[in-house]
Design a protein around this ligand. Sequence first.
Ligand code: CMP
Length: 139
Amino acid sequence: MAGNITFSIIKPYAAKMGLIGPILALINEAGFKISAIKSEKLTFEQAEEFYNIHKSKPFYNDLVEFMSSGPIVAMILKKENAVEDFRELIGNTDPSKAEKGTIREKFADSLQKNAVHGSDCDENAIIESDFFFAKKERF
Ligand code: CMP
């Protein structure tokens, strides 16, 4: 059975470009409830740990540098079938392949500066949520 939470990050470039409000509006309109939210700047080491799953990839170092380059917004989002519905809302990882109307099609700059992260499965949604949020920060 599909879980009812997903985890998302508004990435540094989108945050810097003033897109936090417009992205949150689309998330809200799509029926997601914000269960937890915070803004913080990751250290290089924290970004390394968060993206450990991509450690062997050629883009890993650039990804970690980028994700620790400025403030991000981390959130836990609630909705039935959250992981799948959120991935549909954000569109393809590569914005040039993202469907019209998706968050990445509207707001992403490139594959690296692709505006938002969304969990790829229920298990990772839980792992990623736990990485950022204590129980008392969730509602
Ligand atoms: P995200 O959903 O945050 O998960 C891992 C990130 O790595 C992904 O979004 C992209 O920003 C980035 N990424 C994935 N594939 C590539 C690639 N081929 N080159 C550069 N960055 C990539």
